[in-house]
Design a protein around this ligand. Sequence first.
Ligand code: FES
Length: 151
Amino acid sequence: MKNAITMKSRRDFIKTGCIACMGLTGMASLLEACSAPLQVVKLTNPSGSDLLTVPLSKFTDQIKMVLVRSAAVDDDILLVKNGESYRALLMMCTHEGVALTATDSKIYCNAHGSQFDFAGNVTKEPALKPLKQFKTEILNNSINIYLNQKI
Ligand code: FES
């Protein structure tokens, strides 16, 4: 009889522990998704325009990346400060073309779990190719993103 009680208790403990772990995992994902919302820079460039211009003032010592949104391009562009230059990463997964999400530590895809670093390199498959990047140039206190010049 004592063993039956112990067995039930162990089962309950494992069951409760598994539920708690699932809850913590879900909470961690939720917190990650909620952490540090990125500033979105909406540009009014018309569709078909090859040049996006983002003011340098959008970046500070604390703000090292912004999302650039424009009708000129179907997906957002993550503009990342990299020393004295800037990287313009197309936020489209190279696995099957799904829109990506950026946190302050990584870029990830909700569809099948691919992850990328802020240089655009794959850090977790199934994606195999790096993110598309556009040429950037600093000119007149702005960052120019040339949509017709992929690098
Ligand atoms: S579409 Fe992004 S991982 Fe499959």
